[in-house]
Design a protein around this ligand. Structure first.
Ligand SMILES: Nc1ncnc2c1ncn2[C@@H]1O[C@H](COP(=O)(O)OP(=O)(O)O)[C@@H](O)[C@H]1O
Ligand SMILES: [Mg+2]
Length: 354
């Protein structure tokens, strides 16, 4: 390999090309010691090169997903891999990557190690997921709109007659209790229909500049009774000097209420519900982060929580998160969830400021 040409150090250039590459590059020698761990690899794994360089590759063991077997198989059997999807368990959570491996040979053609290249494909994954959800919603939505309309009219007339009966029934009449139950059930059915119509024919947000912390205070106020009943403490922490956010107040309030209530219900033995705001300057977005210290959600369930009618609660409708997702989507925002069974769940509602 030429190392200098007209005073230009090509070895340096090789070094910086690898160091500055947006592809995570991890190389090991024949002893399986880490010899290259570039900056993109540091970002993907969430560990610094200083911590791992010249140490056995196995120090990354718990983080590599299945990429360790790819790299070792390349080193020992010479088979190279292309375009393999994998999940890196980074210090800050799972990261979807596309993995490639290569053998590293010297100028005599001898194998001196193997190299693993990783491209972070989290954004593509998220987009795919979003498109999938959108399609699912529009199909279900059309069906729902039809049914909900049909159901609403008979409900309204039953409700009317029920009220009439209730008025004509004295307080001591044993039928009174039944009428009340019927009334409650009708209210519940109405609430479901209403939510479903919102889902099927989402009302476009009427956006107004809103102080997010004021809105959260209103939400907290509405939650106090429920929180008290579950022995849940609510804590808030607001980003200083957060600009106004262009949102439909009532709709976003509904979203925050839904998520917070879920959090409270996940802590039947009490706990902490925390609501925070963060300003993200690069994309000019506000994050509202709602965390609970509840039971958590296992990965299998987590995939379904936004699905219409998916609920694990006996008196749940399974529509709260579906509607919330739709509302946030109509605001060009998104909802992210992280959860750990036994520890708790964090929802992050991300909204553009304008
Ligand atoms: N903070 C949370 N902790 C644990 N599970 C949750 C949490 N939020 C949502 N879930 C799960 O997601 C499901 C769907 O939530 P949602 O759409 O609001 O419907 P519902 O509250 O009527 O069940 C819940 O039944 C529950 O299993
Ligand atoms: Mg709910």
């Amino acid at each position: 390999m030429p190392s200098k040409r007209d005073g230009f150090n090509i070895k340096d250039f090789y070094y910086y090309t690898i160091e500055c590459s947006s592809t995570g590059i991890v190389a090991i020698n024949n002893d399986e010691d880490l010899v290259i761990f570039n900056e993109a690899a540091e970002n993907i794994f969430g560990v610094s090169a200083r911590e791992v360089l010249y140490r056995p590759f196995s120090v990354l063991q718990n983080m590599t997903g299945n990429t360790d077997s790819l790299l070792l198989s390349t080193l020992h059997s010479g088979s190279v891999y292309e375009h393999v999807e994998a999940v890196i368990e980074s210090a800050s959570g799972p990261i979807n990557v596309m993995a490639y491996t290569d053998l590293v040979r010297n100028s005599e053609g001898q194998v001196i190690g193997a190299c693993l290249s990783l491209r972070d494909i989290t954004p593509q994954k998220q987009l795919e997921e979003q498109m999938y959800q959108t399609e699912k919603f529009s199909a279900i939505g059309e069906l729902a709109a039809g049914i909900a309309h049909e159901v609403r009219n008979p409900l309204t007339s039953v409700q009317g007659f029920l009220q009439l009966f209730a008025q004509n029934t004295g307080p001591e009449d044993p039928k009174k209790a039944y009428l009340e139950i019927m009334q409650k059930e009708i209210d519940r059915a109405n609430a479901i229909v209403k939510q479903f119509l919102l889902l099927a024919k989402p009302v476009l947000p009427i956006k107004k500049g809103t102080a997010m912390d004021k809105l959260i205070e209103e939400v907290v106020c509405l939650l106090q009774v429920e929180a008290g009943r579950y022995g849940v403490e609510i804590q808030t922490n607001y980003a200083k000097g957060l600009p106004l956010v262009a949102i439909d107040r009532e709709q976003i309030k509904q979203v925050l209420l839904n998520i917070c209530k879920n959090g409270i219900y996940a802590m039947p033995n009490g706990g902490l519900l925390s609501i925070e705001t963060e300003y993200e300057a690069v994309q000019n977005k506000v994050h509202v982060i709602i965390s609970d210290t509840g039971q958590g959600i296992d990965p299998f369930t987590l995939e379904k929580i936004f699905d219409p009618f998916f609920t694990t609660r006996a008196d749940g409708t399974g529509l709260g998160l579906t509607v919330s997702y739709k509302i946030v989507q109509n605001h060009e925002g998104k909802i992210e969830v992280r959860s750990e069974v036994g520890k708790g769940t964090t929802f992050r509602v991300i909204l553009p400021l304008t």
